[in-house]
Ligand binder design. Sequence first.
Ligand SMILES: Cc1cc2nc3c(=O)[nH]c(=O)nc-3n(C[C@H](O)[C@H](O)[C@H](O)COP(=O)(O)OP(=O)(O)OC[C@H]3O[C@@H](n4cnc5c(N)ncnc54)[C@H](O)[C@@H]3O)c2cc1C
Length: 309
Amino acid sequence: MKDRHSDVIIIGGGPAGLTAALYCRRAGYSVTVFEGGMPGGKLNVTLEIDNYPGAPGTEGPSLAMTMLSQAEEAGTNIVYEQVTGLSLQETLKTVTTESGSYSCHALIVASGSENRKLGVPGEDKFTGRGVSYCATCDGGFFKGMDVAVCGGGNTALEEAQYLSEICSKVYLIHRRNEFRGSAINVERTKSKPNVELVLSATVSAIEGSDRVESVRVRRADGSEISIPVSAVFIAIGSAPITSFIPEGTLALAPDGSIEVDALMRTSVPGIFAAGDVRNTPLRQIVTATADGALAAASAGKYLAEIGRA
Ligand SMILES: Cc1cc2nc3c(=O)[nH]c(=O)nc-3n(C[C@H](O)[C@H](O)[C@H](O)COP(=O)(O)OP(=O)(O)OC[C@H]3O[C@@H](n4cnc5c(N)ncnc54)[C@H](O)[C@@H]3O)c2cc1C
């Protein structure tokens, strides 16, 4: 029989959620984390992390497992279920999953973000059959083949670099003339002899019969070309995951992220948000973990204020 009530419920077991859980447990609160996918979140799709202080060259999945064990050893209850709904009754908050409902007094939303889609013909049809949103996850399937990467930020640049090591040729398609990514990433990408830049161009369709066979690209002058490729890696950013929050419950920023103050407090007392799902200027592991710690501290303060500490 699962415990249906905790002092704190955390939605999402990525870096933000697992850090919040660790801090809440160390403060003595009962904590349940709901994780609908892989614990560790996006760490699981990061091959190597070089910018998390104290852990240079760490592999993402390994850091994910370390964060999970640390939270579990502190006494966190992890429930591997997707949260589908949320309701608020006075001070009690209830989250719904496929197995029923769970209540808490303080809720921390740490559900991260999901890949943005291009929205072009063929994208959905070929997802898993040549269309991918993660080069480190799926690149190996296209060893020695020609592929395309779509996007102009750091993720697209890094994916192109990664794929250039295993694929014959990488077309990097970007709608602008210049990249949004860092100068060092742009230089590294340009130095790869098998990366061809296709700039001021947009993907208009992904084509094939059973699998991806080509990507159709529209240039600035309106002309279209078809580039034969076996895969298209889409890296055009991400959108915060908030679909389980009923409309109007929490104030959202224009980009759909949850609005919080400097203490990770949302517009509803007792609900906090941390990591990539919130209105943050930087979506990184170090900022997600810092948010998680702050959200936990604020949740503790809230529980004390309502006499639940
Ligand atoms: C390819 C790639 C490479 C990256 N490289 C780096 C890097 O080198 N350095 C760096 O600092 N950052 C990097 N990042 C960014 C970093 O991974 C994220 O900023 C960080 O993981 C955000 O943590 P988070 O906990 O907010 O969200 P996430 O890691 O996205 O975790 C959110 C978790 O919530 C779960 N979830 C979502 N909705 C629900 C629901 N309804 N019910 C239950 N669970 C739910 C998800 O399954 C997920 O596990 C990279 C990201 C990507 C995609």
